[in-house]
Design a protein around this ligand. Structure first.
Ligand SMILES: [Zn+2]
Length: 294
């Protein structure tokens, strides 16, 4: 059975870009008679804002996006994540890294806008050093392929483009990638619909799933909503919340952004009716056919 999810970070209200993702993942799940689950990604305590989770859930409800199970909070799953650190360490899939912010630069190469870690501590870590992170021990080469419903097969050698990435902090908090993979596994997620900015995350997660012997879901990476300066809408560049007083307009705008061909007579219908139509006529080929520039 299809199980999809929407995973907001409670660091503020939903902006239009996140709403597009929520509506895209909801329609894809409902078109496939699937279940739709909400996961609150609240592991980064410094970014969490009190009450943002409730605010996000209310916004989703106002848009008619009703979830099929109690929302899951990542901060409440730490014990479960911790068990995997031991399992991965035993298999040599993970190694301790003592690099500080400063020495990390010395042991990394700058490539295409990213610092790629050389794997220094895999060979040089000694028992008396402080563990600052635990890194994933990538194979060499590490070509990984995922199947995106809209874009087809996407392949990359993670050893070259990513380097050994962090999977656990010293205090045992898992990285975004690992927590996401472990939750997807536990919740039986079969389809991940999210923004194209997370394409590389999907490749890393597929590699983690391979190492853990877990299923890799199908992916659909949606085009990104950009501001006038051409930047992706995000909380970092101060994207404002959606207009809570006009949820129907937000819903229609989001479906139009995804190039769903809403019949004009539907515009006077209720939110519920629009969503039923959108879920029944959900067209993934339309999303990408006219979005070649993203
Ligand atoms: Zn290191």
């Amino acid at each position: 059975m299809y199980v999809g999810r929407f995973a907001p970070t409670p660091s503020g209200s939903l902006h239009f870009g996140s709403v597009v993702t929520a509506i895209g993942s909801y329609c894809d799940a409902k078109f496939n008679d699937g279940r739709w689950i909400i996961r609150i990604d609240d592991l980064d305590e410094e970014r969490n804002i009190d009450g943002a989770d409730t605010d996000i859930l209310r916004t989703l409800e106002s848009l008619g996006l009703h979830w099929d199970a109690q929302p899951i909070y990542q901060s409440r799953q730490k014990k479960y994540y911790g068990e995997w650190l031991h399992a991965l360490s035993r298999k040599d899939d993970v190694y301790p890294c003592s690099c500080s912010r400063k020495t990390l630069r010395e042991h990394s190469v700058f490539k295409d806008g990213d610092w790629i870690y050389s794997g220094h501590c895999k060979f040089h870590f000694t028992e008396n050093q402080t563990i600052r992170n635990h890194r994933f021990n990538l194979r060499q080469p590490c070509t990984i392929t995922i199947n995106d419903i809209g874009q087809g097969l996407i392949a990359e050698d993670l050893y070259v483009t990513s380097g050994d990435f962090v999977v656990f902090k010293a205090d045992g908090t898992p990285s975004y990638h690992l927590a996401s993979v472990l939750d997807d596994h536990r919740l039986g997620i079969t389809h991940v619909v999210r923004g194209r900015d997370l394409l590389r995350s999907s490749l890393r997660q597929a590699e983690l799933q391979r190492a853990l012997g877990q299923m890799t879901p199908s992916f659909l990476h949606l085009p990104l909503v950009k501001n006038e300066a051409g930047q992706k809408l995000s909380k970092q560049n101060k994207a404002g919340p959606i207009n809570a007083k006009a949820p129907k307009k937000v819903l229609i705008d989001a479906l139009r952004f995804l190039h769903q061909n809403l019949p004009p007579e539907l515009l006077s219908s209720s939110i519920e009716e629009i969503l039923i139509w959108a879920s029944k006529h959900w067209d993934t080929s339309a999303i990408n056919s006219r979005q070649a520039d993203n």
